[in-house]
Design a binder for this molecule. Sequence first.
Ligand SMILES: Cc1cc2nc3c(=O)[nH]c(=O)nc-3n(C[C@H](O)[C@H](O)[C@H](O)COP(=O)(O)OP(=O)(O)OC[C@H]3O[C@@H](n4cnc5c(N)ncnc54)[C@H](O)[C@@H]3O)c2cc1C
Length: 360
Amino acid sequence: METTKNDESGRVLVLGAGYGGLMAALRAADHAPVTLVDPSSEFTERVRQHELAAGRTSIGHPLAPLLARKGVRHVPARATALDTRRRTVTTNSGEELRYDRLVYALGSRTRGADVDSTGGDDGRVFTSETAAHLHERLQDGRGRLTVVGGGATGIETASEIAELTDWEVELVTAGQVGPSLSDKGRAHVRQVLRALGVTLREGPAVTPADLDADAVVWNASLQPTTEPATAAGILLGADGRITVDEHLRSVSHPEVFAAGDAAGAWTPDAGALRMACATALPVGTRAGRNAAADLTGGEVRPLRFRYQAQVLSLGRHDGLVQKVRRDDSPTDLVVTGRLAALAKEQVVRSTVRALRIAAR
Ligand SMILES: Cc1cc2nc3c(=O)[nH]c(=O)nc-3n(C[C@H](O)[C@H](O)[C@H](O)COP(=O)(O)OP(=O)(O)OC[C@H]3O[C@@H](n4cnc5c(N)ncnc54)[C@H](O)[C@@H]3O)c2cc1C
């Protein structure tokens, strides 16, 4: 017998309303009743957090209009515990939510700097998650800022702040800047950083205590938010993400699917996917559809994904489009300058557009 969306025979519960979770909720809602748990009433464009630090006024979009047409119920709370035997999730408000299929999409946070939400113990260390506080600090008057981490997020943060504020900016990284880029791409990044007045220090790893800047932005790497999964006994891989099969189903708990940075997703074409908005959206789509299909007797399909390009902003007027192979390894083909800056802005806008389309 076919099950329809209105049958109360089963419910998909989605944890986290980032790129992965929100997309999963909207796609699952085409076929099953969905509840979405996230403490915020807004979807946050996390890929713009460095822009928020440098002065952009808002990077949030209200969830209510995105969820209304698909009838997704939003529970504004933090998931604190999972009971996989009883198939329940407990929230910080004490509510217990039942699920038949769960999509775990709690994302990630900056790894390595032990900071609270107001700038760390000495008020000096910030992360992407504390971008709004960093913005207030940058408004306090000119000073010296060190950005730690030479990956895409660190490069984007250093160039954005150097271009849009009058702070003196240094980028410090273990090894060389832009490790995932081609020599040509890396050369362009170095040239733009120099032109923006950013001092680049490549070499050994540092700790916040090694740095004497007035403010530090810690952008070293991302750590998946999988504590509730670990406590529930859900199997994680060596990278700390939920181990899933090609259908994004937990290998230890078949009623649990995972999406976004918390999922150790992979495809035969691309290998293990990196934590990125670019992967969270397609993975969220597939996880949401599969969770609903699994519940309603539909077809559960494998994830298909291959990389095409890495796209970086270098301030508001320059950028880098790095063409990559299907497994994310860089080729010699790069597009730079204003065209690349425009491409980056279009890519970022297209993520919100994709969510709006899914919401219809
Ligand atoms: C400054 C910056 C720039 C970036 N630029 C790019 C880029 O250009 N391209 C790219 O591909 N990637 C980029 N990334 C990475 C990208 O933002 C992440 O990979 C992406 O956001 C992952 O999506 P997600 O849905 O897994 O998690 P998130 O977007 O982190 O969302 C997780 C959600 O879970 C919620 N949540 C957390 N804990 C709980 C809980 N206990 N209960 C309920 N809800 C909870 C949070 O509130 C949040 O809404 C960037 C990241 C940063 C920080």
